[in-house]
Design a binder for this molecule. Structure first.
Ligand code: PHE
Length: 345
């Protein structure tokens, strides 16, 4: 009997020594020490052992149980350590490998141009003001002297949210908001998105951006308007670019004008390398912005005395300005976010 038990002990010890995985070890534990295990069976069989041998054999069985239990724990520790080692080896990082280069994002040319515009006007003493993109007809039209039947008020031209709210069609409402809030002297610009019910094509987008400008003070004249806008154009495009003013009409300025510049792309020549300039179609001129002296009715509407204060205002399209500078002939490029386009600027 004792020999049999010893033989079983040797068998178990040998099997354990050869186990290489936790799963295998668990199988062996069940086979020897589990409910139906071989060593467990020995304990169960004690009741059949003759009474005078029971004590001795019982001690041997218990010793075997303990030893096999201890061997199991030992082997488990060895296997766990090996597995951990293998895991670490697999997770090893070669710190000497060259890094993977990440492509940095790129500022939209519109953002770059807006910042440049801000910088130029700030250098001339202008402050930057912002207004909401969702406006009321009061600020977008009424206070700007638009008559009740003006076509811009039509749902065909303007994106209305409901009767009392619309997406601003220009940045001019910021003029009103600032004049209502403060007193002259005013010297501000207001960059931002504007919206019109236009179909997207090469030169029109239902969403584009403008920079509004407003100066109100004692004795401001058209000469100040000329001086400021010429200075802006020279700083932005270079001193070779010439300007010209044509009479125009806006409800909120009187007199009103449109300012053209000699085409910055072909330098006013109308041709680039012998071919017709694609920016000005050969005319040598581009219309850049609308401007004028602030209409008396606008000053009165915000409670300013037009006998005392005068001012000028202008509105620049940021996409146009950018297109002329870089020879971009598709406004759509600005909104598609294609990094191949954006990263050229
Ligand atoms: N708000 C006008 C437009 O969007 C531009 C403008 C601004 C004209 C200020 C004159 C003075 O067309």
């Amino acid at each position: 009997m004792i020999d049999q038990i010893k033989a079983l002990e040797d068998k178990a010890a040998k099997a354990l020594a050869e186990a290489t995985s936790k799963e295998h070890l668990e199988e062996l534990r069940v086979a020897f020490l589990g409910k139906k295990g071989e060593i467990t069976a020995l304990s169960r069989g004690m009741k059949d052992v003759a009474a005078e041998q029971r004590k001795e054999i019982g001690q041997v069985v218990n010793a075997v149980k303990e030893r096999i239990g201890a061997l199991l724990d030992e082997r488990l520790a060895v296997i766990a350590a090996k597995e951990r080692e293998a895991e670490l080896a697999a997770a090893r990082v070669d710190v000497t490998l060259p890094g993977r280069r990440r492509r940095l994002g790129h500022l939209s040319p519109l953002t770059q141009v807006e910042r440049e515009i801000n910088r130029i006007f700030q250098s001339l003493g202008f402050v930057i003001e912002l207004g909401p993109e969702v406006e009321t007809p009061h600020y977008n039209f009424d206070q700007l002297n638009f008559p009740p039947d003006h076509p811009a008020r039509d749902a065909q031209d303007t994106i209305f949210i409901d009767e009392g709210r619309l997406l601003r069609t220009h940045t001019s409402p910021v003029q009103i908001r600032v004049m209502e809030r403060t007193r002259p002297p005013i010297r501000m610009i207001a960059p931002g998105w504007v919206y019109r019910s236009d179909t997207l094509d090469a030169t029109h987008s239902p969403m584009f951006s403008q920079v509004e400008g407003l100066v109100v003070d004692d004795g401001i004249t058209f000469g100040d308007l000329f001086g400021v806008l010429n200075e802006f154009v020279h700083q932005f495009y270079g001193t070779n670019v010439k300007t010209r003013f044509r009479p125009s009409f806006f409800p909120f300025t009187e007199p009103s004008a449109e300012m053209d510049i000699t085409c910055p792309f072909c330098e006013g020549k109308g041709t680039v390398n012998g071919a017709r300039c694609r920016v000005c179609s050969g005319s040598g001129w581009k219309e850049l912005l609308g401007c004028g002296m602030v209409d008396e009715n606008v000053l009165k509407a915000v409670g300013y005395d037009p006998e005392h204060y005068t001012g000028f205002a202008f509105g620049i399209g940021i996409e146009r300005l950018t297109m002329f500078k870089y020879g971009v002939n598709e406004i759509r490029h600005f909104f598609e976010g294609d990094v191949r386009f954006i990263s050229q600027f």
